[in-house]
Design a protein around this ligand. Sequence first.
Ligand SMILES: [Zn+2]
Length: 252
Amino acid sequence: MRFWILPVGKFDVDATVLDPAAAPGRRLSIPVYAYLIQTPNGLLLFDTGCSAQCRLEPRKLLGDDFSQLLAPQLTPDDMIPSQLAGIGFTVKDIDLVMNSHLHFDHAGGNQEFSTHRFMIQKNEWEGLVQDPAQYLDPAAAAIDRTQLTLIHGDTPVDEGITLIFTPGHTLGHQSLLVETSTGPLLITSDAVYTREQFDPDHVGASTDLKLAQSSVKRLMEIVHETNARPFFSHDPNQARQENWRIAPLFYH
Ligand SMILES: [Zn+2]
């Protein structure tokens, strides 16, 4: 097994984007990630980063106001096909795509995988069908219904790889638990943006606050019970401070 954390760009954001309680006007540079797992059974991708339109026309895609609050800083190298190429793979090599959720910075690259199988929580897909505008990028929904495997709840994907249902940020959000030789890694995705928000009383943006709080509690329990290392989706400092292996480095 090999597990790569792929850096798929950065955003220049107002502090309020991460923390609604923060004072506006302070800018932060935050990372965006996707994740690749190679098992004896195939190559699994968790999240797909941003779309080409998000890189080239952020104002058109996100609107004037939001693209000010959150300004994509994306290069061609940040796109998912380039990140895969950087570690010796192509889009074609991927056997299964999983999305933590369908927001533009986690599923914008979905349009690159037009013939691939997708595994997404049922509530997430239904949320998108009911209100596509809240997800911001139509590229996330560029999936034919025949490509979709809709799941509900925690789902084992392969040996030592489990999707953990963590609704609240969006209605069908899921996180990822991966067993490695250095112990389990818990990829929270947007259930937890930063180390400071790994606290049910300090959650970030949510569609359903109560659900988001119970999902954070659940992730904290998993960390407590399994000794998993949590990795947060947009923490500006965690990867460096805690010496996480970022691609081309990997876990095995
Ligand atoms: Zn999100």
